[in-house]
Ligand binder design. Structure first.
Ligand code: ATP
Ligand code: FE
Length: 356
């Protein structure tokens, strides 16, 4: 099976070709990503209108490049997968319209993919891990623990009740005067910082279950920054590094502790080869990856994290999720719509035991 994937839900225009032969590991034949960082740089965040226009301008050329790099033409493709949500509606529409055009023109099946399913299935693309696995999906807009039992079977065990960690990294970067996207710049800054100088809150650790909260963290960071600025009439390089390190350590500690709780729920399912996987942009963070690896090792559970380029947005994950849907016979037709919101999960009140 050879699937072309398209992604345009946020600020990356991407196209990729993924192939899986019977009984073999999937292969990424090409993965092209056109970022838009410079377009949004002056605004301190992604501007939806600008993003939508850039996607519409770039998506065709992106698809052409992905096919050329894979050494294929549309005739060699078995299906066209596209992110149909959730995300910024203008961008998602660009991708969906392009994919519909390609499907109509070539007569190949169209497969709508949930962007979050793309992230959550990535460890199967990179490491062929078996269902059921425990997924911590932690990205720019999301943070949730999922019990993944099949390509289309996700049960949410818990997640953030307010901000996503990626968003918190981006806000932290803004508060410290570091460039966007905030994740990589805060991580780089934290390398030379002392994580113990500022003790930031680890919210909700006293509560049962695996729900989390990150909005208080950014308020605490703002207060700590303003206090330093007031005392010293400015932020030194070291202050900035210490604030970044303290923030990152707080996020990591919360994710580690809540992963311990989620693991208990997951292990009660008696998986044969228990595996914890992490995905989404924040999974690119080395310190967080190491923290989750430690928790997995403590519990004798296998841990896997995709390579960095497959943690942040890309179309290989969309092509692969499309491939899994193709195998199940889950196709779409021209009625496929772009959805700004599209929850992936079934809630799991029984597992949570909280009646929520
Ligand atoms: P979603 O997938 O929830 O719709 P998105 O697609 O915008 O959101 P991703 O591309 O998956 O998000 O991830 C981007 C986020 O990941 C940004 O908030 C970015 O700051 C964060 N991020 C990227 N690299 C790192 C890193 N090394 N450390 C921490 N955060 C990171
Ligand atoms: Fe994403």
């Amino acid at each position: 099976l050879t699937i072309l994937g398209l992604e345009s839900s946020c600020d990356d225009t991407a196209a990729a070709v993924v192939r899986q032969k019977d009984g073999q590991a999937p292969e990424i034949l090409s993965s092209v990503v056109f970022g838009q960082t410079e377009l949004h740089a002056a605004f301190g965040g992604v501007v939806p209108e600008i993003a939508a226009r850039a996607h519409a301008e770039k998506i065709d050329i992106c698809v052409k490049q992905a096919l050329t790099q894979a050494n294929l033409t549309l005739a060699d493709i078995d299906g066209i997968a596209v992110t149909a949500g959730p995300g910024l509606i203008g961008g998602v529409l660009s991708g969906v319209m392009c994919a519909k055009g390609l499907a109509a023109g070539s007569g190949k099946p169209l497969i709508g993919v949930n962007h979050l399913a793309g992230h959550a299935l990535t460890p199967r693309l990179t490491d062929q891990i078996a269902f059921p696995y425990l997924m911590l999906l932690v990205s720019g807009g999301h943070c949730q623990f999922l019990l993944v039992k099949g390509p289309d079977d996700f049960t949410r065990l818990g997640g953030t009740i307010d901000d996503a960690p990626g968003e918190a990294f981006d806000k932290t970067a803004r508060l410290l005067g570091l460039p966007q996207p905030g994740g990589p710049s805060v991580e780089a800054e934290a390398l030379t910082g002392d994580p113990k100088r500022f003790r930031f809150p680890r919210p909700m650790l006293d509560r049962e279950g695996c729900d989390m909260s990150f909005s208080g963290l950014k308020t605490a960071l703002l207060r700590a920054r303003d206090q330093v600025v007031a005392e010293k009439s400015g932020l030194s390089q070291q202050d900035r590094a210490d604030l970044a390190a303290g923030f990152q350590a707080a996020v990591r500690d919360v994710l580690m502790e809540k992963t311990r709780r989620a693991l208990t729920l997951y292990l009660s399912e008696n998986p044969t080869h228990p595996t914890v996987a992490v995905a989404g942009g924040v999974a690119a963070n080395k310190s967080i990856r190491e923290g989750l690896e430690t928790v997995s090792a403590e519990n004798g559970v296998q841990f896997t994290a995709p390579p960095l380029a497959l943690c942040t947005d890309n179309a290989a994950m969309i092509a692969y999720a499309g491939l899994e849907r193709f195998r199940l016979g889950h196709f779409d037709d021209m009625t496929l719509v772009a959805r700004p919101r599209w929850p992936l999960d079934k809630q799991a009140p029984a597992l949570l035991g909280s009646g929520k």
